[in-house]
Write a new protein. Structure first.
Length: 217
């Protein structure tokens, strides 16, 4: 399973990258706004900076919601760097645009996916990635990881090549459960990635080893 970081924060991207386990980055308009990135040039420059920092796929989301607008915006985003993946919302014109991008050699990540039916459409249109939103499904009283498992099962038996990218990850257990059900990618906040490191017995054990090591000096 690949690890992407789900943020537009350069310090967090740097920290995850330096850990040596980072395979890519996903962003969205909310994450860009959180960093105070404002205006066309600033947004394009920010994506360029992320592409220069991380050697992996970088998802950049379109704002347009009509076919022509999505295509025009996606072409500009894709021109920033070969690693840019154009993130397109799961709407009717989005599906049409994903097919257009597929036919024109531009990779896409279909976002805001909450059902297996939506995931089938993403795959049929040729999306490189489908992004089911695990945490938001859990918030609404369903099981987000179960959807990842269902999509993965459908894609496997149907031979679809679209990679299942588990998004809206909220905690380390989401990452573990997504790995168990065969997600191709997990895109996570830095806290959830670092949360995988933690175990109280590791801390207690290390403290004891360091204490005993003093006796050997
Ligand atoms: O990748 C999508 C993600 O950023 C949404 O996460 O926590 O806002 O549901 P969240």
């Amino acid at each position: 399973m690949k690890f992407f970081i789900d943020t537009a924060n350069l310090a967090q991207i740097k920290e995850a990258n330096e850990l040596g386990i980072l395979d890519g980055v996903t962003t969205n308009p909310s994450l860009m706004a959180k960093e105070g990135i404002k205006g066309h040039d600033a947004i394009m420059n920010h994506y360029k900076t992320i592409c220069e920092m991380v050697d992996g796929d970088i998802s950049a989301e379109v704002i347009a919601t009509d076919f022509n607008g999505i295509v025009e915006e996606g072409k500009k985003l894709a021109a920033i760097h070969p690693n840019i993946v154009v993130k397109v919302p799961m709407i009717k014109d989005g599906v049409k645009a994903i097919k257009w991008f597929t036919d024109n050699g531009i990779r896409t990540n279909c976002t805001l996916v909450f059902s297996a039916g939506q995931a089938i459409l993403c795959a049929k249109a040729g999306a490189a990635y489908v992004s089911p939103f695990i945490g938001r499904i859990d918030d609404s009283g369903w099981d987000g990881v179960q959807l990842v498992e269902q999509i993965k099962h459908i894609y496997t038996i149907q031979g679809f090549k679209t990679q299942v990218l588990a998004a809206s990850i909220r905690n380390p257990n989401h990452i573990i459960r997504c790995a168990e059900v065969g997600a191709d990618v997990c895109t996570c906040p830095l806290d959830s990635i670092l949360g995988l490191l933690k175990h109280p017995l590791t801390d207690i054990g290390l403290a004891k080893f360091l204490e005993d090591a003093k006796k050997t000096q």
